[in-house]
Write a protein that binds this ligand. Structure first.
Ligand code: HXC
Length: 519
C-alpha cells in the first residue's frame, strides 16, 4: 500500500506533467508566434491564486489512428473558475501546444461542463480559443462535441454573458461557438477565424488567399462584423476582456450594482461646448463621439465594433455611476445614414443590453436609410427591421436625445417615441421630419415648381417654407413626440435625471413562446 505521502507525490507529479502542456518545444513555438500558453493566459485573466481548475485529469477515449497511444494533457483544454476583479467567472482555454488544441469528445465535454457550471453559478463564461477545430481522428464524436457546445451557447444566451477571446486559429467548428456568444475579441497577427481554410478555398474556388486575408482580425473587425474588438497582443486582449466585464452584470438575475462606479464627475456638470456643436452650415459635420464624451462620466466609454459600420456608434459608458448602453448615429461618417451593417450592429447591441437589463441612451442624427441596389439587394428591409424589432422589444429604460436630423423611417428606428422611448429629449437644433427639406419640397410642390418662371428659385423658396414648417423640434413637440426641448449644454444633467428616475422601471410584454425576429 502506498503511503499518504507517496499518494500526494503521485498527484503532484501528475499535475506537474499536465502543466507542461505539449512540452517545451511546442511551448517555444507558441511563444515564437507571440502567443501566450493557456496557463499564462488564465493567470493574466484571473485574480492571483483564485483559479480552481476542473477536469485536469480528463483523458480522451479515442483509439483510431494511434490516438490511444497518445496522451493529450488535460485533453487540450484547461477549464475552471476564478475571480476577475473580485467577481466570479468560469473560463476555459484551448491549448494549441497539445495536439493543436483540437476538439475531441472529452475536450468538448469539459467545455460543456464548464458552461453548465457557469449557468448554475450565474456567472459569465469566457472562452479563450486557439484550435485547429474538430479533432479529425475522433470523427463524429468531435462533431457532436461542437453540437453540445453550440446548444449550450444558445440555451445560456441572455442568461449569462458569454465572451470569446480568439487567440490563435479558430478553424472549422471552432467559429460557430464564438458566433453564438455575445462578444468576440481578436488579436492582430495571431488570431484568425474561418469555416474553411485557404487550402479548401483554393481547391474549391481556385482562389488564393492567406490565413490573415481570409479570416484575420481586421477581416472580422472591419468587413464581416463577426468580431467586436481587436488588440495587439494576448496581454492587451485579456486586459480588455476584464474592462468589458466591468460593464456587465454577472447574469440576467443579477442587479447592476456590481457595475456601479462612482464617478469623479458631477451629475450637474454642464457641457457648454455642446450648444454650438451642430454646425449652422448643413454641409459641415461634427463628431458624435465628442457628444458622448461630454455627456458620460469622466469621458470614458468602451466601444465594441469600432471599425465596423462606423456610421453607427455603440458603446458602454456610465452616467452618474450607472452603466448604460449608448447607440448613436455618427454624422461624420456617410452622414450617419442607416444601412444594413449599421442596423445589424445597433440591433444586436440593443438586444444584448436589454437581455442584461442595461438601460439604453440613444443619440439621434440620422438623415435616412442608404438608398441603392446594393442595399436593397442585400436586404436593407430585412436588416433595418432588426433595429425596429430590437427597440420595440426592449423593456429597459430607454432615453433618446435628438441632436439634429431625424428623418423618415430612420427617425422611427432610432428609439422614437413610437417604438417605446420612455423619455424623448431634443436639442433646439433637432429636425424631426419625413425627409430633408429640399427633397420634400421637390415632391410636394412639384407642380408649382414646374410652372414657375424660374423653377430653381421656386424650389429654394418652397424648400425654405418646408424647412421653417417642419425642420425644427416644435411640430413634433406639439404632437407630444418630444417630452422636452433642452439646451444642449444641459444634456448630461437631463439624461442622468431621466435615467435615475427610470431605474426601477417595470414593463411587461404579453406572454409568447418567442417572437420571430427578422434574422
Ligand atoms: C487533429 C490537429 C488538428 C485537428 C491541428 N492538429 N489541427 N489534430 N485535428 N483538427 C494537430 C496537428 O496535426 C499538429 O500535430 C498540431 O496539431 C499542430 O498543428 P500544425 O498544423 O503543426 O500547426 P500550424 O502549422 O500552426 O497550423 C495550424 C492550422 C492547421 C492551420 C490550424 O493545424 C490546420 O489546418 N489544422 C486543421 C484545420 C481544420 O481543417 N479544421 C477543421 C476540422 S473539421 P503534431 O502531432 O504535429 O503536433 C471541423 C468541422 C466542424 O472543425 C464543423 C462543425 C460545424
Amino acid at each position: 500500500m502506498p503511503t499518504n505521502e507517496e499518494l500526494i507525490a503521485e498527484l503532484e507529479a501528475k499535475e506537474a506533467k499536465i502543466k507542461e502542456m505539449g512540452g517545451p518545444e511546442s511551448v517555444k513555438k507558441q511563444h515564437a508566434l507571440n502567443k501566450l500558453t493557456v496557463r499564462e493566459r488564465i493567470d493574466l485573466l484571473l485574480d492571483p491564486n483564485t483559479f480552481e481548475e476542473t477536469g485536469m485529469h480528463v483523458k480522451h477515449h479515442c483509439h483510431y489512428f494511434g490516438l490511444d497511444k497518445i496522451d493529450i494533457p488535460a485533453d487540450g483544454v484547461v477549464t475552471g473558475f476564478g475571480k476577475v476583479n473580485g467577481r466570479t467567472v468560469c473560463c476555459y482555454a484551448e491549448d494549441f501546444t497539445s495536439r493543436g488544441g483540437s476538439l475531441g469528445e472529452m475536450h468538448a465535454w469539459k467545455i460543456a461542463r464548464t458552461m453548465d457550471l457557469a449557468a448554475k453559478m450565474r456567472v459569465p463564461i469566457i472562452g479563450m480559443l486557439d484550435t485547429g477545430g474538430a479533432r479529425i481522428q475522433e470523427g463524429i464524436n468531435a462533431l457532436d462535441g461542437y453540437g453540445q457546445i453550440f446548444h449550450r451557447n444558445t440555451l445560456y444566451s441572455g442568461i449569462i454573458p458569454q465572451i470569446t477571446l480568439s487567440m490563435g486559429p479558430c478553424a472549422g467548428g471552432a467559429v460557430y461557438s464564438p458566433a453564438l456568444t455575445d462578444w468576440i475579441l481578436m488579436v492582430k497577427g495571431s488570431s484568425y477565424m474561418y469555416v474553411t481554410g485557404p487550402d479548401v478555398v483554393k481547391a474549391v474556388m481556385s482562389e488564393e488567399v492567406t490565413h490573415e486575408g481570409l479570416g484575420g482580425s481586421m477581416v472580422h473587425n472591419v468587413k464581416s462584423g463577426v468580431a467586436h474588438f481587436v488588440y495587439n497582443s494576448d496581454t492587451e486582449c485579456i486586459e480588455a476582456c476584464k474592462e468589458l466585464l466591468g460593464y456587465l452584470p454577472q447574469s440576467v438575475y443579477d442587479k447592476l450594482d456590481a457595475t456601479y462606479k462612482k464617478p469623479a464627475d458631477s451629475p450637474d456638470r454642464i457641457c457648454p461646448e455642446l450648444d454650438t456643436i451642430v454646425p449652422e452650415d448643413p454641409r459641415k459635420v461634427y463628431d458624435m463621439k465628442t457628444v458622448i464624451k461630454a455627456i458620460v462620466d469622466d469621458s470614458e466609454f468602451l466601444e465594441p465594433h469600432k471599425h465596423y459600420a462606423p456610421n453607427m456608434i455603440v458603446c458602454f459608458a456610465r452616467l452618474n455611476g450607472h452603466v448604460v448602453g449608448i447607440i448613436a448615429n455618427q454624422p461624420s461618417y456617410v452622414a450617419g445614414v442607416l444601412d444594413i451593417n449599421a442596423s445589424d450592429k445597433a440591433a444586436r447591441f440593443v438586444r444584448f443590453c436589454d437581455a442584461f437589463n442595461i438601460p439604453l441612451l440613444t443619440l439621434v442624427d440620422v438623415p435616412g436609410y442608404m438608398p441603392g441596389t446594393h442595399q436593397e439587394f442585400g436586404g436593407v428591409i430585412r436588416h433595418g427591421a432588426k433595429l425596429l424589432s430590437a427597440y420595440s422589444e426592449a423593456t429597459v429604460p430607454k432615453i433618446t436625445i435628438c441632436t439634429h436630423k431625424a428623418y423618415g423611417g430612420s427617425q422611427i428606428s432610432m428609439c422614437s417615441r413610437s417604438i417605446g422611448a420612455d423619455i424623448y429629449l431634443a436639442w433646439p437644433t433637432a429636425q424631426l421630419a419625413v425627409m430633408g427639406a429640399e427633397g420634400a419640397a421637390a415632391i410636394i410642390f412639384r407642380r408649382e415648381i414646374a410652372k414657375a418662371p424660374d423653377p430653381k428659385t421656386k424650389l429654394q423658396e418652397m424648400t425654405e417654407l418646408y424647412r421653417k414648417t417642419f425642420n425644427n423640434p416644435y411640430v413634433a413637440a406639439a404632437s407630444g413626440f418630444i417630452d422636452k426641448i433642452i439646451r444642449a449644454r444641459d444634456s448630461r444633467r437631463e439624461v442622468i435625471t431621466a435615467l435615475e428616475s427610470l431605474l426601477n422601471k417595470k414593463e411587461e410584454r404579453p406572454w409568447k413562446k418567442h417572437g420571430n425576429i427578422p434574422l
